[in-house]
Design a protein around this ligand. Structure first.
Ligand code: PLP
Length: 838
């Protein structure tokens, strides 16, 4: 028999338009994509068309690395991190990919030679806002670091059709708009319909005997939903590794219910399609609070089941037995949002693949690791047993079975301790019954970590104390980190050039090399350049503020900034109390010599969180009064920047003088914004909370403005019946601030507008603003003094950047890999075709 001739694909021996990196090739590829993908020619093209053409040009260059990476992992059956997260707050992709490919400058030149402007094109990108804040952004930083450290990884999440809402302001109040981020297309994703999977929901279970006479359970669902994966390449920094973010989109398995359709029930026929697609329709816009909604549970099982089925597909394709699941994959649970994975993997192994319970449990327990992200009690996820059972009848049985074995284990170690059993049970039976997702995550994982030293300590002492006593060996700390590629190189090119000129560019991959800057602190010309760079960044932000808020701010003033989700525990309103204090002082003494400040706020309030929305109204109302009072002049300005997101954040961190990290101690798990500010040379005013503590340790207490109660003091004060009224009565400046608010001085004479906020402060003040007020005001005096001594300030600023090495997400990921995942790095060589074309 004659063998068919082998297909020959001619290997390109010259630079080709999809891989080449010379300026000429980049220009040709760009115009080619404009023509063939956008279907436009320059006279008709919009700036967005140009952005798309450039994005495709860059994506082509990622693809050769992506395919080489996938091929290598497949050949070597590499151990892989599956990072399960309901949120990935990626930020714009184009600029970051240019940095990581190492072609930023070249592309800039190519674009300019074509008569266009790269900044304008970068600005066209609609960011995928598939997260709420810190947790989702952390997942994105970790993808960057895993790729940069050559760790095989897959990020798994949901391709929400609408991400976090867009925030507008109307009369100073937050208004929400749908985030239609996919409206103009997403050039970074590739759909993989051939790897779609099905997820069951609702219905009932029934027992049966299989062909071997074994007792089995099958689940007859009420609804089946199809999950279609969309893949985004995640390139490491100047390296060939290109990992994958795989996001699942929900579809109905059939477009129509033909039976209903044929009987004339058109709306009924599309009903199923609508309800299926709802699963990936919208991100729940809550940060640090769980709403307990049915659709949210459906989203969780949807992406978790899709992801686990996908991992099993990969395992089987590599001809590995299911018993090796936990050798092939380590599955990191980013908070409890994906914790249902513990029950779902059991179901897949036992029901669908016929593995015995005990063996399946061994596999499961060795596969998962759980990151806790919060100390807020309202964020701990619990699902009413009834709702859970209706949607996931089989999972409820499995949870009960796991619980049965688990509580036996607890009883064996702690006999006759009924209280402990009640606390640790996977089912809360104290009233209405709930499934406790954190407990399920703790039982089903081989490692449990907090995200900063204090947070892990508080988990062990308090929130997860019982689990710590049972499984001390599972607990470990992994202090968060952030990627210096996006938050320094891309966001702050001026600083990057100065750093590269001074110490070389190795700090981008080894952030601790920033230490080499310490010797430059004594160099006056270096300090001058440092100052000028900050001024230039502030100038850019002032231009943005002028354009977007119509407010003129002075770049010479101290830029005092708090940007993060609006939440009472984060205490944006503490900053407002300080602003009103300064305002009162100026009103009483118009000639007072104060350090001019520009106060900047940004952040979204959950749409249903009334107090957070009132805090935004408070900020904008105070801004209206302060900014327009001639007695104040240019000495104080207050600005609320609307729609804080990653894109805007990248303009803000480099322009900050002062970073406000003022949460009540014991509430912020870590924070990551605090790191982004400090590495860009902002000084921090902060409490001993989350990673602030470690930042202060690193930069030195003399380069950090500390105030407020410690977590232990907070606990003690709360235990001793705290009374905010006493602080109000005994502190004349605080009293004047509150009295002015009460009198309606910032609400057009309306004493009712801020009443809910004032009443809550005067009556219970859950987050101890009054207790920390005086200490905060005094620390702010020190800030003002320090800023007046420019030389001193610049030295402190340089030392902050120089000592932030610890807070690279590369350090965090290296620790996860060494202590939890045991994932060796894998070198990626480009395929021949690619290598030849470089
Ligand atoms: N929201 C966005 C858009 C961010 O980029 C960040 C970054 O850290 C956060 C929220 C988290 O801020 P923080 O850690 O200060 O709460």
């Amino acid at each position: 028999m004659q063998t068919a001739p082998k297909l020959q694909i001619e290997t390109a021996r010259v630079e080709d338009d999809r891989t080449g990196l010379s300026i000429e090739t980049l220009k040709r590829a760009f115009l080619d994509n404009l023509f063939y993908i956008q279907g436009k020619f320059p006279r008709l093209a919009t700036q967005h068309d140009y952005y798309m053409a450039l994005a495709y040009t860059v994506r082509d260059r990622l693809l050769q690395r992506w395919i080489s990476t996938a091929a290598t992992y497949t050949e070597q059956s590499s151990r892989t991190v599956a990072y399960l997260s309901a949120e990935f707050l990626m930020g714009p992709q184009l600029g970051n990919n240019l940095i990581n490919l190492g072609i930023y400058d070249r592309v800039q030149q190519a674009i300019e030679e074509l008569g266009l402007n790269l900044d304008t094109l970068l600005d066209q990108e609609e960011e995928p806002g598939l997260g709420n804040g810190g947790l989702g952004r952390l997942a994105a930083c970790y993808l960057d670091s895993m790729a940069t450290l050559e760790i095989p990884s897959l990020g798994y999440g949901i391709r929400y059709e609408f991400g976090i809402f867009k925030q507008g302001l109307q009369n100073g109040w937050q208004v929400e708009f749908t985030d239609k981020w996919l409206r103009l297309g997403n050039p970074w994703e590739i759909p993989r319909p051939d790897w779609a999977v099905q997820v069951k929901l609702g219905g009932y279970t029934e027992a049966y005997l299989d062909a071997n006479g074994h007792y089995r359970v099958r689940w007859i669902p009420r609804q089946v939903v199809k999950g279609v994966p969309y893949d985004t390449p995640i390139l490491g920094y100047q390296i060939n590794t290109c990992n994958t973010l795989r996001l699942w989109s929900a579809q109905a398995p059939e477009s129509f219910d033909f039976e209903a359709f044929n009987s004339g029930d058109y709306l009924g026929a599309v009903q199923e399609k609508i309800s299926s697609e709802n699963l990936s329709k919208v991100l729940y816009p809550n940060d640090n609070v769980s709403q307990g909604k049915q659709l949210r549970l459906a989203q969780q099982i949807f992406f978790v089941s899709c992801s686990l089925q996908d991992m099993i597909r990969i395992l089987l394709r590599q001809k590995l037995p299911l018993s090796e699941f936990s050798q092939k994959f380590t599955v990191q649970l980013n908070d409890t949002h994906p914790a249902i994975a513990v029950a779902e993997l059991m179901r897949l192994l036992v029901d669908e693949h016929g593995i015995a319970w005990d063996q399946a449990w061994d596999i499961t327990r060795n596969s998962f690791a759980y990151t806790n992200h919060t100390l807020m009690p309202e964020a701990l996820e619990r699902w009413p047993v009834e709702m859970f059972g209706q949607m996931l009848p089989r999972h409820l049985e499995i949870v009960y079975e796991i619980n049965h074995h688990f509580l036996d284990e607890v009883r064996a170690k702690f006999p006759d301790d009924g209280d402990r059993i009640r606390r640790m049970s996977l089912i809360d039976e104290s009233g209405e019954r709930f499934v406790r997702m954190a407990n399920l995550a703790c039982v089903g994982s081989y490692a449990i970590n907090g995200v900063a030293a204090l947070h892990t300590e508080l988990l062990q002492k308090d929130v997860l104390h019982d689990f710590y006593q049972l499984y001390p060996e599972k607990f470990n700390n992994k202090t968060n980190g952030v990627t210096p590629r996006r938050f320094m190189v891309l966001s702050n090119p001026r600083l990057t050039h100065l750093l590269n000129d001074t110490i070389g560019d190795s700090w981008v991959q080894h952030l601790d090399h920033l230490q080499k800057l310490e010797t430059s602190v004594e160099d006056a010309s270096f300090r001058q350049r440092w100052w000028e760079i900050k001024q230039a960044n502030k100038h850019d932000l002032a231009t943005y503020i002028q354009a977007h808020n119509g407010i003129t701010v002075d770049p010479e003033s101290l830029f005092d900034i708090q940007v993060k989700r609006i939440h009472e525990y984060k205490r944006q309103h503490l900053m407002v109390l300080h602003i009103i204090t300064l305002y009162n002082r100026l009103k009483a003494n118009p000639n007072l010599d104060i350090t001019p400040r520009t106060f900047l706020f940004g952040g979204k309030a959950a749409p249903g969180y009334m107090m957070a929305k009132l805090i935004i109204k408070l900020i904008t109302s105070v801004a209206d009064v302060v900014n327009n009072d001639p007695a104040v002049g240019d000495r104080l300005k207050v600005v609320f920047l609307k729609n804080f997101n990653v894109k805007l954040a990248q303009h803000i961190y480099p322009a900050a003088d002062l970073s406000e990290q003022v949460s009540m101690a014991g509430k912020e798990a870590s924070g990551t914004g605090n790191m982004k500010f400090a590495m860009n040379g902002a000084l921090t005013i902060g409490t001993l909370d989350g990673a602030n503590i470690e930042i202060r340790e690193e930069v030195g207490p003399e380069n950090f403005f500390l105030f407020g109660l410690t977590a232990a003091e907070v606990k003690a004060l709360k235990a001793s019946s705290y009374n905010p009224w006493n602080y109000y009565q005994s502190n004349p400046e605080l009293k004047e601030v509150i009295d002015r608010l009460k009198a309606g001085d910032f609400s057009g004479g309306n004493p009712d507008l801020f009443r809910p906020l004032i009443d809550s402060l005067l009556s219970w003040d859950n987050y101890l603003l009054f207790a920390d007020y005086q200490s905060y005001i005094e620390a702010q005096e020190k800030v003002s003094q320090a800023y007046r001594d420019r030389d001193r300030w610049v030295r402190m600023s340089i030392l902050n950047t120089a000592r932030m090495g610890k807070f690279s997400s590369d350090r965090s990921i290296a620790e996860y890999a060494a202590d939890i995942w045991q994932t060796p790095s894998v070198k990626i060589e480009l395929t021949d075709n690619a290598r030849l074309s470089r």
